[in-house]
Each structure stands twice: as structure tokens, then as C-alpha cells.
Design a protein around this ligand. Structure first.
Ligand code: GLC
Length: 725
């Protein structure tokens, strides 16, 4: 019998017989099943409602991939994975469903608490929108698991939540390089042209993405040989050039006789059904599609194995798309539109009818009635309606892929991220934030989403840099890159717009972005190390400031982020700005990186500052007694020599840093096969320059042979010291 460790501070309230979402990895016996400490729960006919009275200064963090500021108060959100390319402030649902929040009491005598609703269908969070003093969560069911998490601080709540939901996905180290995408680079000639653009402009790049046009008629797992002749050879050649090709895989399967994935799925009954038992069909990019029933483990196994066809041709990464699932229209929907048009014709086209038709046409896509007509059959033979378990679909597509990879290449890490997600999907893959726009507001949205997504365990994430829709201006791309270069997933993507590769504008833009991307490559030892430490310690990589600092100002900062243990970023996200206000909760070292003025450094005291920032100037803040390890840049991650570490040290009295390193490609780290290098710097009156440095390999293999410490003391003195390992 399994004896689970009791998590005394996690209270589970189980109502009825909840659907097994598998969001939580711990057995039921791990939780206290006492009554809740904070929330009130009531059940009526078919609904469960949670109430919590909000105090005036309470802050609500969380809700993952959603619009709004970092404090979610004053808004309403609906957890229901939705393909919505227009991320305007009024939107209540985007691609992911992340029903986890933390209520933070701005009161020394009261502790924060976390709330997680483990329910696979629609959940409405009214966070002081209808009534400013009330948090109200509505679940349209009597079967639900509700978790209340208690701890003395918010970080501990994150630790607990991660214990519940499992360890985040780890990509290969090359997945931390710069990545370039566009819908589409149509054929090998165009891909080559883009690669040449990077290499001839001396801009590092690790991957080029293949959007749906690489396939034959948008059929997953096929390659159009006219566009990519001898694909396996081509993939190998690109790898030689330091570029990995990353194909897209869509959730739907085109209805097409003779297409093996379709035929096999039909034969085995692997696709979702309608109420009458026929296959559910709706249109996505290829036209009419059927939808694999990813909730069934047999289907997952079959689907996961399909990736083998591409992996055997040398592919090492994928992005899973359209898996909310996106439905452009169903036959029934189109039928209703036809009826409406007939009615209009016989009715002399009344204005009201025009608006009705307009709404009807717009409502064709991702229509709730269509989701309600989809049925899943689980491995146990249970039949469930998609609407009731809607948020599990994309998650299980991603799970199918990840479980497939574990079978196909158990030793190796495969790059994977998804568009739709739910709680628990972070164990299988990262996410990207879907179809944003080349709007300045979307840089800010990107900044604000990152800590909320990290709270749910999605550490490998990022938005389409430069914006997916609309034409990007050169300035917008520069400023967006200045933020995104700190994010684990750093990918520029657009569709149907002007080209927005770093070299697609003018000389100034190319030079500026080149410098920024090179800075990213220099920071990879730090970003990777902090990522892995967040994985190991149940932490986040991106933090809202209030998770680290207890002052009331920090709790409300929502345009600056802490990145790992040492760094803070303060991006510019407004057009034509040449500076911004920055709040420092403690004194910090400012490293201003620019291509025309070089690299300036200065100590700044705690408090408010105005920073002048020309278009090419990028601020990096290093916290007191912390370090930022850097290495030499290269064309791509695998080409980085990793012989020399340059460490920036903000020395106030004693600084230390533990650098994590591993082979970057295998899963051996899971068995403890990784290295740690501990760096230490302190004031020392016995040393001629007044400072002592130390570097010690604690475990594993560290490739660096030479370490140069660039020490900037709190009084602004600069000392350089070298150590050979
Ligand atoms: C969806 C994806 C986008 C992709 C496009 C074509 O809109 O979100 O990233 O480029 O489909 O596949």
C-alpha cells in the first residue's frame, strides 16, 4: 500500500465523483480533507459556487494565459481553451485553461492562499468584476476537486502547487537559442535564403520552423517532396549548418481517402464521435477534418507513434497547434447560414437579418454547440461530451506526443510546445502564446502573462516576437526583442505580414537586433541554469516582484520581472519612448547594453528612477550580491565553445552563485547526471585588491576552463579577477 506524505497545508475538497483529469500527480491520501479555511462553497441543482470576500487591498495573482494586468482583480475570466487570434483587453478566454490563483493579503497578519479548481470543463472566475469585494468561481457541475493551498508566503504556495502537479518539461539546450518562424517559408529554397540571411548578417539562430505548407495538402506527418526534395538529407544538411528544422503538427486529421493516418484512425475508431456514433467533422486549414480522441490512451499511443516518421528523418522538435481544438466551421453551422440567407432573400434583406447573419457567420468558428456535439470515449469505455472536458483536449494531444517521444527516443530530449494547454500539460511541453499582433500593447501583455504562466509550471514559454498578425515596425521588433531575449522560448513568428526577420528592415535595425541576440547567446549559461534550478526547486523562472520582496510597492509592479535569482528586466513597451520609470526594491547594478555606446555599468540605489534608453539601449539589472555568468556567443548553441565564463558580480559584501550545467540533450539529468559550479566573491582585507574569489565544481563535468570575474562593488569600484579551473 502506498503511504503518501501528507501535505498538511493543502486542503482538498472533493465533491461528487470528479472526472480524472490527471492534473494532480499525488495520491488523494496526500491531502487534508478538512473543511476549507478561506473559501465558502455552495452547491445548487447542478452548479458549484465558491465565494471568497476580497479585502480592499487584496491582490489576485495567477490565471495563467489571460489578458489584463498581473493583478487579476476587476476582471472576469472563463477557463475554456479558445482559438482567438484577437487578444483584446475584453477577452475572457485564450488558448490555455489555467484555473489557479493566489490571493495575496496586503496585511502582515494574514497569509496568502492558493486556489486550484481541478475541473476539465468551463469555469468562470469573477474576480471582483461584478462585486469589487467578492471573488466568485462558478463551476457548472457537482463533481469537482477544489484545492486550497496555505503557506506563509507566495513562493511556498508555488512550491506546493508544483508538488501537486509535477515537474516541468525540459527542452534541449539548443531550444534556448534564437528561433525563426513564419507562415510560411514555403520550400527549401526559401528556408535556405532565410538561413543565409542569418549567417551573412552574423546573427545567431538555432532553428527554422516549418509551418503547415511543408505538408502535402496539410496532412500531418507528410512532407511535400516538391518543396522539400530528399527531406532527410536536407534536415541533416541544415543540422550541419547549425540549424534544426521544427515542423508544425495540427490536431485535426483531414478527411481524405488513402491518407494513412485518416484510414488507420477510421479503421480503429480513433476519432471523436457525434451523438449518433458517426465521426465528428469540422473544417480547419485542410478543409473537413476529424479529431483524434486524445483522451483515450490507445489513441494517444497511436498518435504519439506517428511522430516517428519525422523523427526518423532527423527531426528533433515540433510545435503542436490548433488543439483547443480550433474549429472553423461545421457542416451544421454552414447549413444554418444557408437557411438564414434563404430567409433573407425571401424577406427583402432586412437590416436586423443582416446583423443576425453577420453574428451567425462570425459565430461559426469555435462554436459551443459544435463542442457540445463532440463525444470522447475513454479507455474504460466511458463516453464524455467534449464541452464537459473541453480543457483536456490540447493537453492530451501534447501528452500523446511527449509519451510517443519517450518510446521513440527514450534517451533524448525533443523540443515541444503547444498552443492549447491545461494544468498538468507543463509536464509534457512548453506553450507559446498563440496569435498575437504587432501591437505595442502586446509586448506589455507578453510581459504580464509570463509570471502567471510560470506559476502554472509552463517555464518553457514565450510569445511570437514581433507579433503574429499585422505589419511590425522596426522599432516594435527591436523593443519586443529586448524583452523576449530573456524568455526561455525566444521565437519570432508572423503570418501574411511584411517579413520581420531581424535583417528584414534597415542596417540600424539589423545591427541592433544582432547585438541583442548575441547578448542572449552570451546569457545562455545563466538562463539555462536558472531554468533548471526552477525545475529542480519547484520555482518559477519569471517572477512578479512581490514574490521576492515584501514591500507594498513591489506587489503591484506589473511591467518589470525578476528572471531567476540574479536578474531583473525593465522592458520598454511604448512607441517612440526613449526611456522609462523603473522601481528598484533594493539597490541594483544597472548594465546598459547598446551597440553605439558599448556597455555601461552603474550602481543605482533602491527607489524610483528614470532611465534614458535610446532605441538600441537595453537595461539589465543585477541584484546585490548576485552574479550573472556569461559566455562567448556563436552562430548557434551547439557551436558555443563554453571554455570561458565572464561573470558580472554586484558585490555588496558576499556574493555567490551556483551554476547548473548538463549535456543539454539527454534525459540523464533526471538521474542526477548534471554538474554544479559554485562561484563565490567577497571582500577580503588580506587580498591586495581587497576581494577574494573562489570557484568550485561541486559535482559533474563543467566545461569552462577560465573564469573572469568583473566585480562592481556597491561603491562603484571595478575589479577584474581570473581563475583557471
Ligand atoms: C495558427 C497558429 C499559427 C500558425 C498558423 C498556420 O494560427 O497559431 O502560429 O502559423 O495557425 O499554421
Amino acid at each position: 500500500m502506498q503511504h503518501a506524505k501528507l501535505l498538511k497545508n493543502v486542503h482538498l475538497l472533493r465533491f461528487g465523483q470528479p472526472f480524472k483529469t490527471e492534473a494532480v500527480v499525488l495520491p488523494l491520501s496526500s491531502f487534508c480533507t478538512l473543511s476549507p479555511k478561506c473559501i465558502q462553497v455552495t452547491q445548487t441543482d447542478s452548479t458549484t459556487v465558491i465565494h471568497y470576500p476580497l479585502e480592499l487591498n487584496d491582490i489576485v495573482y495567477g490565471m495563467g494565459e489571460n489578458t489584463g494586468s498581473i493583478d487579476k482583480r476587476g476582471k472576469k475570466f472563463v477557463c475554456y481553451c479558445t482559438d482567438d487570434h484577437l487578444h483584446t483587453p475584453d477577452k475572457q478566454s485564450l488558448y490555455g485553461s489555467h484555473p489557479f490563483l493566489i490571493v495575496d493579503k496586503q496585511n502582515e497578519n494574514k497569509q496568502p492562499f492558493g486556489l486550484f479548481i481541478d475541473f476539465p470543463g468551463e469555469i468562470t472566475f469573477d474576480i471582483g468584476f461584478t462585486n469589487r469585494n467578492l471573488l466568485e468561481v462558478t463551476i457548472p457541475s457537482l463533481d469537482v476537486d477544489i484545492y486550497e493551498l496555505h503557506a506563509t508566503n507566495k513562493k511556498q504556495i508555488i512550491h506546493q502547487f508544483r508538488q501537486l502537479t509535477g515537474t516541468p518539461y525540459v527542452p534541449p539546450r539548443w531550444g534556448f537559442g534564437y528561433q525563426q518562424c513564419r507562415w510560411s517559408y514555403h520550400d527549401s529554397n526559401e528556408v535556405d535564403k532565410i538561413i543565409n540571411g542569418f549567417r551573412s548578417n552574423d546573427i545567431p539562430c538555432d532553428t527554422i520552423y516549418l509551418d503547415i505548407d511543408y505538408m502535402v495538402e496539410y496532412k500531418n506527418f507528410t512532407i511535400d517532396n516538391n518543396k522539400f526534395p530528399n527531406f532527410a538529407k536536407y534536415v541533416a544538411e541544415k543540422k550541419q549548418q547549425g540549424i534544426r528544422l521544427i515542423p508544425i503538427i495540427d490536431a485535426g486529421v483531414p478527411v481524405s481517402a488513402g491518407y494513412s493516418v485518416y484510414e488507420e484512425g477510421v479503421e480503429n475508431g480513433y476519432f471523436c464521435k457525434q451523438a449518433d456514433g458517426d465521426q465528428f467533422e469540422a473544417a480547419v486549414w485542410p478543409g473537413l477534418c476529424v479529431f483524434p480522441d486524445y483522451l483515450n490512451s490507445d489513441v494517444r499511443q497511436w498518435w504519439g507513434n506517428q511522430y516517428r516518421q519525422l523523427i526518423e528523418q532527423g527531426i528533433e522538435g515540433f510545435w503542436n497547434d490548433m488543439n483547443e481544438p480550433a474549429l472553423f466551421y461545421s457542416k451544421q453551422g454552414i447549413e444554418q447560414v444557408h437557411e438564414m440567407m434563404d430567409q433573407m432573400r425571401s424577406n427583402d434583406c432586412k437590416v436586423q437579418d443582416f446583423f443576425k447573419l453577420n453574428d451567425m457567420v462570425r459565430g461559426l468558428s469555435n462554436n459551443r454547440e459544435d463542442y457540445k456535439s463532440i463525444y470522447h470515449t475513454t479507455k474504460d469505455g466511458e463516453i464524455v461530451n467534449n464541452h464537459d472536458v473541453h480543457n483536456l483536449y490540447g493537453l492530451n494531444m501534447t501528452r500523446a506526443a511527449a509519451e510517443g517521444f519517450a518510446q521513440i527516443c527514450p534517451e533524448k530530449r525533443i523540443l515541444l510546445f503547444s498552443r492549447a494547454s491545461g494544468i498538468g500539460a507543463h509536464r509534457y511541453a512548453g506553450i507559446w502564446l498563440g496569435d498575437n499582433m504587432s501591437w505595442w500593447e502586446h509586448i506589455l501583455l507578453n510581459i504580464r502573462m509570463m509570471p502567471a504562466i510560470n506559476m502554472c509550471g509552463f517555464l518553457y514559454s514565450g510569445a511570437d516576437v514581433g507579433g503574429f498578425g499585422c505589419d511590425a515596425s522596426a522599432d516594435l521588433l527591436i523593443r519586443w526583442t529586448q524583452f523576449a531575449l530573456f524568455m526561455p522560448l525566444f521565437r519570432n513568428h508572423a503570418a501574411g505580414t511584411r517579413y520581420q526577420e531581424p535583417f528584414a528592415f534597415d542596417e540600424y535595425t539589423t545591427t541592433t537586433i544582432r547585438e541583442h541576440i548575441k547578448l542572449r547567446y552570451m546569457m545562455i549559461p545563466y538562463i539555462y541554469s536558472e531554468y533548471m534550478r526552477a525545475v529542480q526547486n519547484n520555482d518559477c523562472y519569471c517572477w512578479q516582484l512581490g514574490f521576492e520582496y515584501s514591500d507594498t510597492r513591489s506587489a503591484r509592479v506589473d511591467d518589470q520581472l525578476l528572471l531567476g535569482h540574479s536578474m531583473m528586466c525593465t522592458p520598454i513597451y511604448t512607441e517612440n519612448a526613449r526611456g522609462r520609470h523603473v522601481y528598484l526594491p533594493e539597490p541594483m547594478l544597472l548594465w546598459k547594453v547598446a551597440h553605439h555606446t558599448g556597455r555601461e555599468m552603474c550602481q543605482l540605489p533602491a527607489g524610483d528612477h528614470w532611465l534614458d534608453l535610446q532605441l538600441d539601449e537595453l537595461p539589465v539589472f543585477i541584484r546585490p550580491n548576485k552574479m550573472l555568468p556569461l559566455t562567448d556567443t556563436a552562430d548557434n548553441v551547439d557551436a558555443q565553445a563554453l571554455t570561458h565564463l565572464e561573470v558580472l558580480v554586484n558585490l555588496h559584501n558576499e556574493a555567490s552563485y551556483t551554476l547548473y550545467h548538463d549535456d543539454g540533450v539527454s534525459r540523464a539529468y533526471q538521474q542526477g547526471d548534471f554538474a554544479e559550479l559554485v562561484l563565490a566573491v567577497k571582500f577580503d582585507t588580506n587580498s591586495p585588491d581587497g576581494v577574494a574569489v573562489n570557484a568550485q565544481v561541486m559535482c559533474g563535468y563543467i566545461p569552462y576552463q577560465q573564469i573572469t570575474f568583473h566585480i562592481i562593488t556597491s561603491s562603484g569600484d571595478r575589479i577584474i579577477k581570473n581563475i583557471r579551473l
